[in-house]
Design a binder for this molecule. Sequence first.
Ligand code: F6P
Length: 485
Amino acid sequence: MAETGGARLLVASNRGPLSFKERDDGSVEASRGGGGLVSGLMSMGGGDDIVWVCAALSDGDRLAARSAPGGRLDRDGHDTDGTAVRMLDIDPATFHRAYNVVANSTLWFVHHLLFATPTVPVFDASFRRAWGSYQSYNGAFAAALAEDAAPGARVLIQDYHLTLAARMLRELRPDLRIAHFTHTPWAPPEYFRLLPDAVARETLLGMLGADHAGFHSMRWAQAFSSCCVEVLGATCEDKPDGTIDVSFHGHTTELGIHPLGVDAESLLERASQDDVNTRYTAIREALGNRQAIVRVDRTELSKNIGRGLLAYTELLRRYPEWLGKVVHIASAYPSRHDLPAYREYTGQVQRLAADIENEFGTDDWRPVILHVTDDYARSLALYRAGDVLLCNPLRDGMNLVAKEVPVLSERGCAVVLSVEAGAADELGADSLLVNPFDVSGTADALDAALRMPAAERRARTDRMAKVASRLPPVQWLADQVAALD
Ligand code: F6P
């Protein structure tokens, strides 16, 4: 329990705000993560009044968590900006099965509709064992939250890693007010039913342990409520304020839509620093009069980078007037390399980029530049420099890149956006919407984006920037706390 008698607000997420690497001398080196949750929560400060519970993800993290009293990094000299951070040292094999096997290879695939069903998934004894680990991992979070929460405290649980934690916590501490937020899409019932019956039921029941369940888009909330109706037999009611009440066995969970936006001020401030300026100047100088089609993604199967490269190939074949006049700068930085499918995907993306270079490259024109290492400053420089953004995920909870680019764009940037991204709800009117599977349609949209007159590009970008900054992280968090009152 926190020294003051418990925290009044707690956040739980798999990945926390700090990560650690072990140095040769056995000490650890900390680095700060980015993202909306980090900036939103850190800006709330709060001392022991706010506790962030997260998991140790690596050996370095485990070392840091073990040496901190009760896993409290803030009490071990680490800079957490005044927020109490408790890092859970979960047994590595349990963590691996919960995170890699269940969360990332099963639930992520279900919600993004990623399975090639003739061969996967296979739910056998080894999956049952992994599910047991996922239960233990969720149980460890619930126990830590129950221990650290003041009477009547508010708890915000994040994402598909922690679908069981709300119910487990309610059983331990019925006095708490609990919210869950899903950052991914939610699968429609017929796809969700790929999961073994008991797993599907337990997942939904776990989420319904919350008083409030948040989603980025009404589409995902409706898919969730349909799963509750079809799998559990729950009842649902659409409310006039846009929320949905899901009731099951005497408890009601309110579903709310909270489309996370961008903190424009801090993003603009970060993007105007020297490291970004230097990269921006180099990129624009190298481009000369050529237009840049940019993309920035994790190398993530759902981001559809491969079809993006195929669409660019088709653009150059069918619209040869663009030969020598455009460069596709694709930043695909490493992600989830513990999973073989992700390593193979990176290789496939590299081969597609090499094919483009071989077919179209000349002595003075490189049609495609692919970056496969992470460089945040370079990503921000690309956001500023792009003439066209290609953002074509197969399915995406929100996609913040689509919101950040209009905020940072220097010259106005036409956005080619997948209809399957949550961001399409708000940006659809001013972007060029595409079906992410339709490579020819995406090539046509790229052509239209490249041809868009500068004034129109500017006007659309300005409108998108305004929409994108409507719900910055601090307000997004505050709304979810308010929804619990
Ligand atoms: O999209 C949901 C999300 O939780 C993102 O917030 C995050 O980028 C990702 O999934 C999780 O990534 P990782 O497995 O690297 O923590």
